[in-house]
Ligand binder design. Structure first.
Ligand code: ADP
Ligand code: MG
Length: 618
């Protein structure tokens, strides 16, 4: 007796549903994508009990005639592709022809649809994949699909569903994606008969983001400056430097209108942010990319969430570049934050009594009175008497990585103390003092500015050393006893191709027999207790990086590791000219907003915020 049998259509659909329909949110995704493909201008989504008991999607799209309304419930029935060749030119969200039959096979399903010119529409009712009735319906033009009792006939699948709240939040996330992807479409979302979201159609993505995420997020975003080559166009919004999240929930990426997940893109975004993103954190992105559909395979995942690129390299480079330009575009605005000069500002006059000394470490010195910047007068309160000050101010020129020759002091040249510089210090900013031996307190035209002196100094050192490394390479220090390191064939290949790069970064590495390398020097400023492990880490990190970025990246990783130890710390006492120099040098940095580990160097609190805190304004 033969052991093989063809599955019935219903069972085959249920098997397919295992891939396409994972939970209520996947039903919503498929239905909304169909509505978008049908040219809808308004889409209403309603769920009850997390979508487990009820889902309804209504659109005002093209609708279907009776033949299509029946055909669309067959497996592999689609209006979106015809031939295999069409697979490489997909312009619609759907194309597999699997969603509707799959959903209908695991629920109690109702489809009502009508074309705009038709006198009557069609209603089809299906339970567990079996058609129960087909008749005329009088609904408005468009399509309405109701899905009740999801997985009622597959108890094993139903058990995998989470709480109603969790399922509802997955649905909401799905709608979040779709509505950001299509600001031109109006969306309404009802949960348990309450309107949760009502998003009017809009021309501008910015408006949709504000309607959906609130205006405070909108102020944290930067618009991607125009970026288009022959093969790719990138637009959208990215979080400013230092804006990050602990999950990828707000890292939205759309490729040809489809929300996608892809490790190349994730990697490129991180790389573009570079040191402006904290380790382990994820950027906030509303990234839109248009590329030739032939360059991307969207048919690698049943729910089309993941995509594969035919040639990831140029896509990665484009995203890195667009991200980098966006993050850097904020520089001018950021720098303006430091400006204290403003017609609305009344600087504290000589007569103004000093503020209550919250600021214990306000640094005061008689001979600074000549300096061309505003500075508080000596405070009569005992707290500021000279003996309270540390006797030996930090000399910032000393703790720099001593092994890098001719590295000039970056901050505070000694003669500043005796001869105040003529008029170079910018009048634009105003330092009020130092709090807790760490935070510079400054004032600008809109309120209070705090600068983390350690983070700022790290950034300054980092950029200085990076420049040096790019110009001169990093000196290596010979190891007393050379190490050997065994690597896999894949890494061997990579290392041999990148020997030059490693040498420039101060790593003396030579092939030493098959699959073995000898290391006889390491960068001097690197105090690795486990050099072998460190090298492996570096190889690991760099293999993923593209050749163009890796050169810079390798050095940066090492520099970032070392500057932290050399930068001024909390509790290091800086004199006024050093503080001024610190701010000036920070303002001259390429990416001044963050230390090399992605922590912000500056935060501000506006008068408006202060007024709110003091109850002056509601
Ligand atoms: P796919 O979207 O991959 O083509 P589906 O099973 O999701 O497969 O849908 C099958 C077909 O049904 C679609 O190709 C489309 O022609 C039609 N269809 C589905 N939903 C709608 C809708 N909301 N409005 C108009 N036509 C629809
Ligand atoms: Mg579809």
């Amino acid at each position: 007796m033969s052991r093989i049998a063809l599955l019935s259509e219903t069972v085959a659909s249920q098997v397919a549903a295992g891939e396409v329909v994972e939970r209520p949110a996947s039903v919503v995704k498929e239905l909304v994508e169909n509505s978008i493909d049908a040219g809808a201008k308004h889409i209403e989504v309603m769920i009850r009990r997390g979508g487990i008991s009820y889902i309804r999607v209504i659109d005002d799209g093209s609708g279907m005639d009776r033949d299509d309304a029946l055909l669309c419930l067959e497996r592999h029935a689609t209006s979106k592709i015809r031939t295999g060749a069409d697979l490489s030119a997909i312009h619609t969200l759907g194309f597999r022809g699997e969603a509707l039959p799959s959903i209908a096979s695991v629920s109690r399903f109702r489809l009502a649809t009508r074309e705009s010119q038709a006198i009557a529409g069609t209603e089809v009712i299906i339970s567990g994949g079996k058609i129960e009735s087909v008749r005329d319906s009088g609904d408005a033009p468009g399509t309405q699909i109701e899905v009740r009792s999801l997985f009622y006939n597959l108890p094993a699948r139903r058990k995998f569903l989470r709480t109603e709240n969790t399922e509802a939040s997955h649905v909401e996330h799905q709608l979040h994606l779709q509505s950001i992807g299509h600001p031109e479409i109006g969306f309404v979302f009802l949960n348990d008969d309450r309107i949760v979201r009502q998003l009017p159609p809009t021309k501008h993505l910015r408006d949709r983001i504000r309607d959906l995420c609130g205006s405070s997020l909108a102020t944290d975003l930067l618009e991607i400056p125009e970026f288009a080559t022959d093969s790719i166009a990138i637009r959208g919004f990215l979080g400013k430097a230092g804006v990050s999240r602990s999950s990828r929930a707000q890292q939205l990426v759309f490729l040809n209108g489809r929300a996608v997940e892809n490790s190349t893109i994730n990697f490129a975004l991180r790389e573009g942010y570079h040191t402006a993103l904290m380790k382990g954190q994820h950027p906030v992105t509303f990234l839109f990319m248009e590329i030739d559909p032939a360059e991307v395979d969207v048919n690698v995942h049943p729910s089309k969430r993941e995509v594969r690129f035919r040639n990831p390299t140029w896509i990665r480079e484009a995203i890195i570049e667009a991200t980098r330009r966006t993050v850097e575009s904020d520089r001018t605005n950021w720098t303006k934050t430091f400006q204290a000069d403003s017609p609305h500002l009344t600087p504290p006059s000589e007569e103004t009594p000093p503020l209550i000394p919250v600021v214990e470490q306000i640094v005061l010195r008689q001979d600074w009175n000549n300096l061309p910047f505003q500075f508080p007068k000596p405070n009569p309160l005992p707290i500021n008497q000279p003996e309270n000050f540390p006797q030996t101010p930090v000399d910032l020129s000393v703790p720099l990585p001593v092994t890098i020759p001719t590295l000039s002091p970056i901050i505070a040249s000694p003669q500043i103390n005796s001869n105040p510089p003529p008029s170079t210090p910018s009048k634009d900013f105003k330092i009020l003092g130092v709090l807790g031996k760490l935070y510079l307190i400054m004032e600008n035209s809109t309120g209070l500015v705090l600068v983390d002196q350690h983070a700022a100094h790290e950034r300054i050192l980092f950029e200085e050393m990076k420049k040096r490394m790019e110009e001169q390479g990093v000196p290596g220090q010979r190891l007393l006893i050379p190490l050997t390191i065994d690597v896999s064939p894949r890494d061997t290949d990579w290392l041999i191709r990148n020997l030059d790069l490693l040498h420039r970064a101060g790593i003396g590495l030579e092939p030493f027999g098959t699959g073995t390398f000898k290391v006889d020097s390491l960068p001097t400023f690197l105090s690795a207790t486990e050099p072998t492990q460190l090298l492996r880490q570096i190889i690991e990190d760099l293999r993923e990086t593209s050749s163009q970025t890796s050169k810079v990246r390798l050095g940066e990783e090492m520099i970032a590791m070392t500057v932290c130890r050399h930068a001024v710390k909390a509790n290091d006492y800086l004199r006024e000219p050093e503080l001024v120099r610190l701010v000036e040098d920070l303002l001259a940095c390429e990416l001044p907003y963050c230390c090399p580990h992605g922590r912000p160097t500056m935060i501000q609190m506006s008068y408006a915020e202060l007024e709110k805190k003091f109850g002056r304004k509601a």
